[in-house]
Design a binder for this molecule. Structure first.
Ligand SMILES: O=C1O[C@H](COP(=O)(O)O)[C@@H](O)[C@H](O)[C@H]1O
Length: 229
């Protein structure tokens, strides 16, 4: 009896995605009562897919919503590693297809060449964002603020919107929103799953060296943590 009940129970990661989608949708709805357009900044990687699917199904005035990314791999928009591709496939669907998406890449060959054009694009959006949804890697990186990147110090300190990033831990060059611009939001949420990431977050909360675990740059935003096993 109890086993058949549990087989119908929502999976924790699905439940988490639904709760995050509900919070983000309500943030957008509230902000859209006070302003013409609202901005949502999302992360890529594997974790956000169920969140995107849930959010895409919410009835909102999506035509007044701008969506951009916290970071991107410098690859074309059809590449399997493209965060823009992920957003197009899973978030900009159904009702949410009416949202306006602002990718972080250009036709330039490198992020160093394209970063200024992307920064100009971002400057035209409605900051502060309604919400910035961060992810986190097992090394404590968030967006593309990597502990092993030579550009980490710049990304943590610059007033510019974007920084071109290279890190030996990842295959492609990247572009990231700087920490300063990621801070320009009314709400910050961290979406992570699994015991490994819980342990990394616990370690981050126990110290203050941002260069060791860059997620520390956002721990006092305040940051709402959405975690499931
Ligand atoms: O490289 C990245 O990784 C993090 C986390 O990714 P996940 O696959 O473990 O969910 C992500 O937040 C970041 O945006 C992405 O570019």
């Amino acid at each position: 009896m109890s086993s058949s009940r549990s087989s119908h129970a929502p999976q924790p990661r699905e439940q988490l995605a639904a709760q995050l989608a509900e919070s983000v949708a309500s943030a957008l709805a509230v902000d859209l009562t006070n302003q013409e357009r609202a901005l949502l900044v999302v992360s890529g990687g594997s974790t956000p897919v169920p969140f995107f699917t849930r959010l895409a199904a919410v009835d909102l005035p999506w035509e007044r919503v701008d969506v951009t990314l916290a970071d991107e791999r410098w690859v074309n928009g059809e590449h399997p590693d493209s965060n823009a591709r992920l957003v197009r496939q899973h978030l900009l669907q159904g009702l949410a297809a009416a949202a306006r998406f602002h990718p972080l890449t250009t036709a330039h060959g490198t992020p160093e060449e394209g970063a200024a054009e992307v920064a100009e694009r971002l400057a035209g959006l409605s900051w502060p964002a309604s919400a910035v949804i961060l992810g986190m890697g097992g090394d404590g990186h968030t967006a593309s603020l990597f502990p092993d990147s030579g550009e980490l110090g710049l990304a943590l300190s610059t007033d510019e919107a974007t920084v071109a990033v290279r890190a030996s831990s990842v295959p492609q060059p990247r572009i990231t929103l700087s920490a300063g611009w990621l801070h320009k939001a009314r709400r910050h949420m961290l979406h992570i799953v699994g015991d490994d990431k819980r342990a990394v977050l616990a370690r981050a909360m126990g110290g203050d060296d941002v260069r060791e675990l860059p997620i520390r740059a956002f721990l006092s935003c305040p940051l709402a943590v959405y975690w499931a096993p």
